[in-house]
Design a protein around this ligand. Structure first.
Ligand code: G3H
Ligand code: 13P
Ligand code: ZN
Length: 325
């Protein structure tokens, strides 16, 4: 039987984005696949009073089981109420990189309040048509839809692109008008994963293209994927405790802060969380090799993740303190 996100206590992204655009901050979209990640996200956001988007990829659905994730998200709302003593931070449940209408429909039936239809690898007209179909279905249930124009370099939806195909500012107005999407993910030099820039490469994103896009669709909610910063201290920690990560760099936090102050109102972060958990777990394994209770290493990993997310909300996205705007 279909479940409405409203019955789960979730919200769609409409009001969240409108407030974020007005307030010059971005809503964090943190990916989760298990209970500890969910706990870290909710603990962090409840503590700093930030609205939050719980983000589920197709890979997460396969890993954790879609029914369990749905109940974890429902549990997240109840947990936030408990932590907020009844005054809970707003939580949206969002499908990350949906690739078909069927997948989006299935998520909406499972209680998602927001879906992404990523048609960015298709030709423009096909992207428009697919996105329009998802919007038509989703809006019947007041579920919000994120579309994408432009292709990020790196691996995106199992498709590997060598170079960025930047979003063309000339296309955005037409795309938004024809599809009716609620937000638009763009390609301005961010990329998925922990290896975004090679050593010596200038680690910068094209804030000039963002400004051009903003001129064409003023006030329209823009989304940045691939926005992990790959903190060097986490890479050092992982390698100190036996990891073999090569030299790498992510998106500068100052650049993300600048983007969040403009039309960017949703910033996706997954890889930095993976690094924080891995560093904490590796440290435990090396420092306490006799330990075999999973709570003894998943607990510190969860705590590290929570600190990372608090930092992101407060110092990078600027969403702290905006839960009840
Ligand atoms: O955009 C990709 C997200 O980081 C999710 O990654 O597909 O490995 O779950 P995943
Ligand atoms: P990162 O790999 O940079 O964390 O990006 C995550 C993302 O865009 C999820 O959709
Ligand atoms: Zn993404």
């Amino acid at each position: 039987m279909a479940t409405s996100y409203k019955d789960l206590g979730l919200v769609n992204t409409k009001a969240l984005f409108a407030k974020a655009v007005r307030g010059g901050y971005a809503i964090p979209a943190f990916n989760f696949n298990n209970m500890e990640q969910m706990q870290a996200i909710i603990q962090a956001c409840a503590e700093v009073q930030s609205p939050v988007i719980l983000q589920v990829s197709s890979g997460a659905r396969k890993y954790a089981n879609q029914t369990l994730l749905r109940y974890l998200a429902q549990g997240a709302v109840e947990y936030a109420k408990e932590l907020g003593k009844g005054r809970n931070v707003p939580i949206a449940l969002h499908l990350d990189h949906g690739d078909t209408l069927e997948l989006c429909k299935s998520c909406i039936e499972y209680g998602f309040s927001s879906v992404m239809i990523d048609g960015s690898h298709h030709a423009y007209e096909k992207n428009v048509e697919l996105t329009r179909q998802v919007v038509e279905y989703a809006h019947k249930y007041e579920v919000t839809v994120e579309g994408e124009l432009g292709v990020l370099a790196g691996v995106e939806d199992d498709v590997k692109a060598e170079h960025h195909t930047y979003t063309q500012p000339d296309e955005v107005q037409d795309f938004v008008k024809k599809t009716g999407v609620d937000s638009l993910a763009i390609s301005i030099g961010t990329s998925h994963g922990a290896f975004k820039f090679k050593p010596g490469q200038k680690a910068e994103i094209r804030l000039d293209i963002l400004a051009e896009i903003e001129k064409r669709i003023p006030g329209f909610p823009i989304v940045l994927h691939g926005a992990s910063s790959v903190p060097p201290d986490l890479v050092v920690l992982i390698n100190k405790y036996g990891g073999v990560l090569k030299d790498t760099a992510g998106i500068g936090e100052d650049q993300l802060r600048a983007a969040a102050k403009s039309a960017v109102c949703k910033i996706n972060i997954d890889s930095d969380g993976r690094l924080a958990m891995t560093a904490a777990i590796r440290k435990c394994f090396v420092e306490q090799p006799g330990e075999f209770d999973p709570r003894k290493y998943l607990g510190p990993a969860r705590d590290a993740l929570k600190e990372l997310y608090k930092h992101k909300c407060t110092n990078v996205l600027g969403s702290s303190g905006h839960a009840f705007d």
